[in-house]
Design a protein around this ligand. Sequence first.
Ligand SMILES: NC(=O)C1=CN([C@@H]2O[C@H](COP(=O)(O)OP(=O)(O)OC[C@H]3O[C@@H](n4cnc5c(N)ncnc54)[C@H](O)[C@@H]3O)[C@@H](O)[C@H]2O)C=CC1
Ligand SMILES: O=C(O)C1=N[C@H](C(=O)O)C[C@H](O)C1
Length: 267
Amino acid sequence: MTMNIVIAGASGRMGRVLLEAVAGAPDMRIHAALERAGSPYLGRDAGELVAAPAQVAIVDDLDAGLAGAHVLIDFTRPEATLAHIEACRRHKVALVIGTTGFDAAGKAAIAAAAHDIPIVFAPNMSVGVNLVFKLLDVASRVLNEGYDVEIVEAHHRHKVDAPSGTALRMGEVIAKALGRDLRECAVYGREGVTGERQASTIGFATVRGGDIVGDHTALFATVGERVEISHKASSRMTFALGALRAARFLAGKENGLFDMQDVLGLR
Ligand SMILES: NC(=O)C1=CN([C@@H]2O[C@H](COP(=O)(O)OP(=O)(O)OC[C@H]3O[C@@H](n4cnc5c(N)ncnc54)[C@H](O)[C@@H]3O)[C@@H](O)[C@H]2O)C=CC1
Ligand SMILES: O=C(O)C1=N[C@H](C(=O)O)C[C@H](O)C1
């Protein structure tokens, strides 16, 4: 069966790559392409945005776009995703959410919606980063005494949330393995006379510049040695192909909240 895919934020950086990825997937078709009200792209053919035929007009009408769809893939902004969730509930459409930057209430809304529809929600859809999450769990259990943990991430100049969703998830994985609560031990940037480093903290540093697709490093430093676990994305297609895997994973599911660890069988 061909899967009817709806792409939200179709003219965005990820939206365009997703359109291209779906166009190249023999088991999928672009059912609809969504954009925000007022977007200059409304009414244009989604195929104009990528070197791939679509023959689907870009619309802002969620109900028209979702009728008859199987999966909505959403890489937009938290406020847009939360509106899309309600529309997906109405139409019983599965959701792949790659958007980052949700607050606790936003995450709770996603969890609540997953009682009605199946959702994959993950801050990074690449296979490599999801392997890194597993490696960080192992590393943290081995380097659990006397190692200072710092997480460094770098992204393009247009990124609006910091630290990245991936960096925060790295922190959560490490904190859990070390028996800490990230809400209590995270330090987000340093400035001025900070005093000496507190042993149980997990530090975050953010770099923004140019066209960096997404670099993440977790550093475990002690006296005499340090271990660095890094991932560098060089193309957004790695995230898009992960999102398509997530969409296939949702086929036939009634409801439930999943992430890429479930999709990739890494639990
Ligand atoms: N989970 C993952 O693997 C990845 C996640 N991301 C996340 O995806 C999100 C989007 O990233 P980019 O494509 O770089 O951003 P972008 O700014 O290029 O695209 C965002 C799109 O969402 C649309 N949009 C914004 N507000 C809207 C609203 N209220 N209603 C409807 N549409 C709206 C914009 O018009 C635009 O087309 C970010 O949160 C980013 O962190 C990005 C790459 C990989
Ligand atoms: O905004 C981006 O570009 C990216 N965002 C995600 C995040 O916040 O972790 C994933 C990826 O690094 C690209």
